[in-house]
Write a protein that binds this ligand. Structure first.
Ligand SMILES: Cc1cc2nc3c(=O)[nH]c(=O)nc-3n(C[C@H](O)[C@H](O)[C@H](O)COP(=O)(O)OP(=O)(O)OC[C@H]3O[C@@H](n4cnc5c(N)ncnc54)[C@H](O)[C@@H]3O)c2cc1C
Ligand SMILES: *[C@@H]1O[C@H](CO)[C@@H](O)[C@H](O)[C@H]1NC(C)=O
Ligand SMILES: *[C@@H]1O[C@H](CO)[C@@H](O)[C@H](O)[C@H]1NC(C)=O
Ligand SMILES: *[C@@H]1O[C@H](CO)[C@@H](O)[C@H](O)[C@H]1NC(C)=O
Ligand SMILES: *[C@@H]1O[C@H](CO)[C@@H](O)[C@H](O)[C@H]1NC(C)=O
Ligand SMILES: *[C@@H]1O[C@H](CO)[C@@H](O)[C@H](O)[C@H]1NC(C)=O
Length: 536
């Protein structure tokens, strides 16, 4: 019965909304906003009034509130679709009210934590329906308990804040998550979350022990009351298809009081293709305490293009041990003791994100991005070594295009010991590395964006022989709308399968759809790449 009615809603109500949207006057749209905000005011807990947290385009601070967490200038254009309301929730009841009222008024809800979604899906919708944003940046408390080595982290917190609060209590504890400190917990943890501790400790989701989730009925659930299937789904399947994650309880991991970092650079003249070829053979087999990244990028000197390689590295040990290890397993890199810097783990976080040595760790608390540009990201998985000739070909193709950067992240270690079904994230054993294609540019505007998007798509095409196929896998946290979009119309099931198999592989994707059907049968929580309800 429930399934039939959800089917009806999608088939019959959705086209009606589209018609309304295309023909409605601004008066109607204002009254939708009015009715919605009215509902929010009525619905919110009187102890926590919501009116001061509501921004419509009529409020003068609407643009600045919207722009505060836009992390990709590609989506800061006048043509970027805009929400009709932003709710800067101060209390969980504000999110609960938002869910209830959005259902009543048939609005699409977007949840934003750190705003780093590569396609801006936390504050943009291309689906034909008015939408609003619940911004969680005010809900960012972090309670670290060193005795039992856990912490409760609200999803509006940033990774920098999490790292800082852990290090404040202990220099022997850490958490495996991303490299950029302004990334938000909400999208990052629920989508997998990797960083330079992944070969030792796995992903963020491999170290999450509990969660608080607001479901489609506005109910607040924890791991026990949501059940293991739903807990599994929101730890890697993207929270956004299932509800609003309010907080995660994380298990801290141990790090030595001193770690070692370096950031060696090599050019084509320094046998970069030999080094790259060796890297791809050893990167996933090196000691689990070592995370050695390889970034390939085009360098333009006096009009001549060459390829430069950067090898940012974190080692959970001292520099003597690191040099000994690399001289044995990766002598081609030619690491010297003078390349190495020993520091506390929390300082390595700053180092890895390119803060100058000596920057106070309070820099991690800043919510201002280090610099933002328009950019586009794509991802791939490497399962077989790329030959030296292969790398030479890749270098040539990079030089033919503009602004290409390929970031190779080593897998192996703990990543390959965890079952591919343990979490929705399926890219475990059998992977040597993940490639992140990153292209950024200076010019604003849609025309420039189209040009660079075309370059990165061509690069992605050139890489076809070197990466996974059937499916060509992709990483959910590197959201890429090129790999399939769902309009949630008649073909939702078929459309979902395309990106679903790439992000999760078939078995995990099926399980995600089963959970989805149970907890959100009317497909209230949806976006262009959400999990559709199971029906063909
Ligand atoms: C500069 C930069 C560096 C990055 N570095 C890394 C890295 O090192 N490792 C890595 O794994 N990834 C990295 N990423 C990708 C990042 O993990 C993802 O973009 C992640 O989704 C961002 O989370 P967010 O909360 O900041 O983003 P948002 O844009 O706020 O959210 C992303 C998605 O999650 C949903 N969402 C947000 N909050 C919630 C919530 N509370 N409940 C349910 N759904 C929610 C949103 O609706 C959206 O669909 C990086 C991204 C950028 C821009
Ligand atoms: C936005 O404007 C409305 C109507 O004037 C007002 O009620 C609301 O409090 C304003 N929001 C904020 C955050 O100031
Ligand atoms: C985003 O666009 C607005 C309006 O053009 C502009 O004022 C703002 O500075 C832009 N944001 C950034 C970070 O450049
Ligand atoms: C590059 O490799 C060649 C042969 O393998 C070697 O002779 C040469 O010294 C290397 N050059 C550098 C700069 O390492
Ligand atoms: C470096 O680490 C190794 C092994 O972890 C240890 O045996 C050695 O004593 C350490 N050296 C210094 C100088 O601390
Ligand atoms: C990029 O643009 C070129 C020239 O317009 C076109 O031929 C090519 O198909 C485009 N490539 C992709 C992947 O979009």
């Amino acid at each position: 019965m429930a399934i039939t009615s959800s089917f009806n809603i999608q088939i019959f109500i959705f086209p009606l909304l589209v018609v309304l949207l295309c023909t409605q006057s601004s008066e109607t749209s204002t009254s939708i906003t009015d009715r919605f905000t009215q509902c929010l005011n009525n619905q919110a807990d009187p102890g926590f009034p919501i009116s001061g947290q509501l921004y419509t385009p009529h409020n003068s601070s609407f643009p600045s509130v919207l722009q505060a967490y836009i992390r990709n200038l590609r989506f800061n254009e006048s043509t970027t679709p805009k929400p009709i309301v932003i709710i800067t929730a101060l209390h969980p009841s504000h999110i609960q009210a938002a869910v209830v009222c959005a259902k009543t008024h048939r609005l699409l809800m977007k949840t934003r934590s750190g705003g780093h979604d590569y396609e801006g899906l936390s504050y943009i919708s291309y689906l034909n329906q008015p939408f609003f944003v619940v911004d969680t940046f005010n809900l960012r408390s972090i309670r670290v308990n060193i005795e039992d080595e856990t912490a409760w982290v609200q999803t509006g917190a940033t990774l920098g804040e999490v790292y800082y609060r852990i290090a404040e209590k202990s220099n022997m504890h850490a958490f495996p998550a991303g490299i950029c400190p302004t990334v938000g917990v909400g999208g990052h943890f629920s989508g997998g979350g990797y960083g330079n501790l992944m070969r030792k400790y796995g992903l963020s989701v491999d170290n999450i022990v509990d969660a608080q989730l607001i479901n489609v009925n506005g109910k607040l659930l924890n791991r026990k009351s949501m059940g293991e299937d739903l807990f599994w789904a929101i730890t890697g399947g993207g929270g956004v298809s299932f509800g609003v994650v309010l907080a995660f309880k994380i298990k801290l991991v141990r790090v030595p009081p001193v770690v070692t970092v370096f950031n060696i650079q090599r050019t084509s003249e320094q046998n970069l293709s030999t080094i790259a070829d060796r890297w791809i053979q050893v990167a996933n087999k090196l000691d689990n305490d070592l995370f050695l990244r390889m970034i390939l990028q085009v360098i333009n000197t006096n009009g001549e293009k060459t390829i430069g390689g950067i090898f940012p590295t974190l080692y959970l040990g001292n520099s003597t041990a690191l040099v000994t290890l690399l001289n044995k397993d990766f002598p081609e890199l030619g690491v010297q003791i003078s390349d190495c810097i020993e520091m506390r783990w929390i300082e390595s976080v700053l180092f890895y994100t390119n803060f100058p040595i000596g920057t106070p760790t309070t820099a991690l608390l800043s919510r201002t991005a280090q610099g933002i540009n328009p950019f586009k990201v794509k991802s791939d998985y490497v399962k077989n070594p790329i030959s030296k000739e292969g790398f030479k070909y890749i270098f040539e193709k990079m030089k033919e295009l503009e602004n290409q950067m390929l970031i190779f992240n080593p897998y192996g270690g703990t990543m390959s010991e965890i079952s591919e079904f343990a979490k929705p994230f399926p890219h475990r054993s059998g992977n040597i590395a993940k490639i992140q294609y990153y292209v950024t540019w200076d010019e604003l505007g849609v025309e420039a964006a189209d040009r660079y998007l075309n370059f990165t798509r061509m690069m992605y095409d050139y890489m076809t022989p070197f990466v996974s196929m059937n499916p060509r896998e992709a990483f959910l946290n590197y959201r890429d709308l090129d790999i399939g979009v769902n309009n949630h119309g008649k073909n939702a099931y078929v459309e979902g399968m395309v990106y679903g198999h790439k992000y999760f592989k078939e078995t995990n994707y099926k399980r995600l759809m089963m959970v989805k059907r149970r907890v959100d049968p009317t497909n209230f929580f949806r976006n262009e790449q959400s999990i559709p309800t199971l029906s063909s």
